[in-house]
Design a protein. Structure first.
Ligand code: KDG
Ligand code: MG
Length: 405
C-alpha cells in the first residue's frame, strides 16, 4: 500500500481547525488534527512544503518509521509547529491502520482498560455564585467532576470566563490582533480561596473539583495556593506555574499535597521527563495534536505509568473532534488514565463538518467501535467555513509588564 495524496484543509466552523487527510492507493484514507491555536497557517506551510512531498509513495502502515523519519530526519526536533505537523500525519496513519485491520484504534493499542472514559466539564462564571450555579447545572447532567473558574473582581477579563460572549471571535473583540488582558496575583488569590470555600459548602464533598491557573503564578505563589486549597481537596490544580524549568515544580511540591497537573502545551516526552520521573506532578495533560500524535502519547502514558502519574488529556475547543476521538481511544486503553477534559462535542457547524461517533452520557464517554478513529470529515461542508485569522490574548500585569497568559 502507498500514500497517494495528502490534503491539508483549514476550516473555521466557529474555530480554526487544520485537518490532515492521508489518501492511499487502496482507496482508504485517514484523518488527523494539526491545529495550533493562533498559529494555524504555520503548520499548513510546514506540512505542505516540508512534509507532504517526502511521504508520497511511502507505505502508510509503517507508522513508527514515518514518525521517526519526520522527527529525527528533520534535524530540527520538537516545537509546537513541527510536532503538530507530525501529529496530524500520525493520527491519520493510525486511522488508516485501524481501517485496514477492521479494528478501532483502542484495540490496536492493546484493548480496553475500562468500559467508559470519565470526563470533567467546565463551569466559568462572572461571579462565584454564577460559577457555582453553572457547576450545579453540570452536576445535574451527570458529571462527577467539574473545573471551576471565576472572574477576578477588579480585572476586566479572566481566563476561563466567557460571560455573555457567544463565540470565540466576540470574546476576542473581533479584532485582527491579539486582545490584551490584565493580571493581578493578589486579586486572583483572594477570589480563588473564596471560590473553593463556597464550592465545597454548596456542592458537597462527592464531586471532584479542578482549577486551571493557566500559568499565572510563580512557583512559590503556586506553593502558597496549593497549600491554601488543601482543605477543599481538589482533584488537581492545573498549570499553576510555567515549567520550562521543570525544577520549578520541586518548589511547589515541597509545600503542598494538592495534586498537580500540567502539559497542554508540551510537544514531546522531553518537556515532561523530569516532572514525571521525579514525581513532581500527578497528571500529565499532553494532547495528541501538540505532543506528536498517538505514537508519542502512547510513549508518554507508558513512561508516566512507571511513576504513578496519570493521564488527563487536554480537551479545549481549539482541538478538533479528530483529536478528541484520538484521546478517547487513548483514554480507553491507558492503564494509568485519570480523567479527560470535555467541553462538549462542538456547535452545530462543527458537528456538520465532523461526523463523530462518541456517546457522552452521565459524565462519561464511550469510545467508537468503528474501524480506525471513528470520525469523519466532510470537505465539501468545510468549504462553507473558511479560515479566519485569530489570536490568543496577551496578558499584562497592572503596571504594563507582559505576563503569562
Ligand atoms: O489554545 C489555548 C487553550 O487550549 C487553553 O487556553 C485551554 O487551558 C486550557 C484548558 O485547560 O482547556
Ligand atoms: Mg489549561
Amino acid at each position: 500500500m502507498k500514500i497517494k495524496e495528502i490534503r491539508i484543509v483549514v476550516c473555521n466552523p466557529g474555530r480554526n481547525f487544520v485537518t490532515v487527510k492521508v489518501i492511499t492507493d487502496a482507496g482508504i484514507y485517514g484523518l488527523g488534527d494539526a491545529t495550533v491555536n493562533g498559529r494555524e497557517m504555520a503548520v499548513v506551510a510546514y506540512l505542505e512544503e516540508h512534509v507532504v512531498p517526502c511521504l508520497i509513495g511511502r507505505d502508510p502502515q509503517n507508522i513508527e518509521d514515518i514518525w521517526q523519519y519526520l522527527y529525527k530526519g528533520a534535524y530540527w526536533r520538537r516545537g509546537p509547529i513541527t510536532m503538530a505537523a507530525i501529529a496530524g500525519i500520525d493520527m491519520a496513519l493510525w486511522d488508516i491502520k485501524g481501517k485496514i485491520a477492521g479494528l478501532p484504534v483502542y484495540q490496536l493499542l492493546g484493548g480496553k482498560s475500562r468500559k467508559s472514559v470519565g470526563l470533567y466539564a467546565h463551569a466559568g462564571g462572572l461571579t462565584i455564585e454564577d460559577t457555582l450555579s453553572k457547576a450545579k447545572g453540570v452536576l445535574d447532567q451527570g458529571f462527577k467532576a467539574v473545573r471551576l473558574q471565576s472572574a477576578v473582581p477588579g480585572l476586566e477579563t479572566t481566563y476561563g470566563v466567557v460571560g455573555d460572549k457567544k463565540d470565540y471571535y466576540e470574546l476576542q473583540g473581533n479584532r485582527p490582533l491579539p486582545p490584551e488582558e490584565q493580571w493581578s496575583t493578589q486579586k486572583y488569590l483572594q477570589m480563588v480561596e473564596e471560590l473553593f470555600f463556597e464550592a465545597r459548602k454548596q456542592l458537597g464533598t462527592n464531586v471532584s473539583l479542578l482549577h486551571d491557573v493557566h500559568s499565572r503564578l510563580t512557583p512559590i505563589e503556586s506553593a502558597k495556593l496549593g497549600k491554601m486549597l488543601e482543605p477543599y481537596n481538589l482533584m488537581f490544580l492545573e498549570d499553576s506555574s510555567i515549567a520550562e524549568n521543570q525544577q520549578n515544580y520541586q518548589v511547589i511540591r515541597q509545600h503542598t499535597t494538592t495534586p498537580l497537573a500540567i502539559g497542554e502545551t508540551y510537544n514531546s516526552i522531553w518537556d515532561c521527563k523530569e516532572l514525571i520521573q521525579n514525581q513532581l506532578i500527578d497528571y500529565i495533560r499532553a494532547a495528541a495534536t501538540h505532543a506528536g500524535g498517538i505514537t508519542a502519547m502512547r510513549r508518554i502514558a507508558d513512561f508516566a505509568a512507571i511513576y504513578n502519574v496519570r493521564t488527563a488529556p487536554h480537551g479545549a475547543p481549539d482541538l478538533s473532534p479528530i483529536c478528541f476521538a484520538a484521546h478517547i481511544h487513548l483514554d480507553t486503553w491507558a492503564p494509568n488514565f485519570g480523567i479527560q477534559e470535555f467541553v462538549g462535542l462542538g456547535n452545530e457547524q462543527i458537528q456538520s463538518v465532523f461526523d463523530q461517533d462518541i456517546k457522552v452520557t452521565n459524565g462519561v464517554a464511550f469510545v467508537s467501535d468503528k474501524p480506525g478513529l471513528g470520525v469523519d470529515f466532510d470537505e465539501e461542508k468545510a468549504k462553507a467555513y473558511p479560515y479566519k485569522r485569530s489570536y490568543l490574548p496577551v496578558s499584562r500585569l497592572e503596571d504594563g509588564t507582559v505576563w503569562n497568559w
